[in-house]
Design a protein around this ligand. Structure first.
Ligand SMILES: Nc1nc2c(c(=O)[nH]1)N[C@H]1C(S)=C(S)[C@@H](COP(=O)(O)O)O[C@H]1N2
Ligand SMILES: [Mo]
Length: 323
């Protein structure tokens, strides 16, 4: 990790905040949306791969029935914006990684459930989809960089996967891990990052009703740049907790250290709950920019999901709940 401390200028969540880029983001996003997915600008191999993947064997399952319990207070972000403005460091540290991410191969894709469980198990992603209760939910997403969006996710409750895994009562945390293949992901050749990308939750968080494993968005399989074929959505936490392209869930009694915490523990902690009153060490978290409309709006505590999750943190005032 010393290597990392000597290279603070590589830290991405900081690169994204220069004032100029910030002010220019709407125009940038519109341009990127037009460019990112056009075959003309995509590397030839990536585009070939994208064609080779079709049709996605799960495509006919969509759209999933919407669960209306989680209404939005803002419009759904235009899909073309969401497809062209992504954080996925495996494919680069800019927001324009959509072309590079097309190199991801989605089948076969296996998901392993191991650690402190009755018996380790591995499932193919399509087998998992067949076993889980599928639904669509509208969620807000608040990145730690102070931009936000609203997405119609499709997937299933993480609690359902936990049930399937049959963890031992001694398991206290769930550690999740992204694929690791530097032949596919050029970012993973950058050795100063702690690959593979990892995030962790407590068992209480993982089994909270809001924790959603995402397999789709906008009524179809989720795009590669958004973390296909399986990513997390924990909408009361900063976006970096929403790990993408997951291959392993490990139940453990040790608090997992996530990718960002390993890089810069002073700024990115384990809890990462959204709170407008607690600034990031380098910027305010009081407001956010909606990347769909460019409007600035006040950020809500727990990103507006306190009624579901505030109870998880009762009596933990001495913990760093907001970083
Ligand atoms: N594996 C992996 N997961 C990741 C990231 C990443 O770089 N790698 N970035 C995180 C961050 S900071 C955010 S804000 C969201 C972005 O998701 P989106 O591209 O669908 O908006 O993914 C999160 N999950
Ligand atoms: Mo983020």
């Amino acid at each position: 990790m010393q290597v990392i401390r000597r290279r603070p200028w590589h830290l991405p969540e900081r690169l994204a905040t220069p004032e100029a880029l910030f002010l220019d983001r709407r125009r940038f996003v519109a341009g990127a949306a037009a460019l990112a997915l056009s075959p003309a600008t995509m590397p030839v191999t990536a585009f070939a791969q994208r064609i080779a993947d079709l049709p996605d064997p799960s495509a006919s399952l969509y759209p999933f029935k919407r669960n209306e319990k989680y209404p939005l207070d803002r419009p759904i972000t235009n899909e073309s914006i969401n497809l062209a403005y992504n954080n996925f460091f495996e494919f680069g540290s800019s927001k324009s990684i959509a072309g590079a991410a097309q190199a991801l191969k989605l089948r076969p894709w296996t998901v392993t459930l191991d650690g402190m469980v009755e018996k380790p198990q591995t499932f193919g992603i399509d087998e998992l989809l067949a076993r889980m209760p599928l639904e669509e939910r509208l969620y807000r997403h608040r990145c730690v960089e102070a931009w936000s969006m609203a997405i119609p996710w499709s997937g299933f409750a993480l609690a359902e996967l936990v049930k399937l895994a049959r963890p031992l009562s001694s398991a206290k945390y769930l550690r999740m891990e992204t694929f690791h293949d530097k032949a596919v992901a050029s970012g993973q050749r950058q050795t100063w990052y702690p690959w593979p990308y990892v995030e962790g939750l407590t068992m209480a968080e993982a089994t909270n009703e809001l924790a959603l494993l995402v397999t789709g968005a906008y009524g179809k399989p989720v795009s590669k740049q958004m973390g296909a074929p399986l990513r997390l959505a924990v909408p009361w936490k900063y976006g970096f907790k929403s790990i993408k392209s997951i291959v392993r869930f490990t139940f453990t009694d040790k608090q997992p250290k996530g990718f960002w915490e390993l890089l810069l523990a002073a700024e990115y902690g384990f809890w990462a709950n959204v709170n407008p009153d607690v600034p990031h060490p380098r910027w305010s978290q009081a407001t956010e920019e909606d990347i769909g409309t460019g409007e600035r709006r006040p950020t809500l505590k727990f990103n507006g999901y306190g009624e579901y999750v505030a109870g998880l943190y009762a009596g933990m005032e001495q913990e760093r709940l907001w970083t």
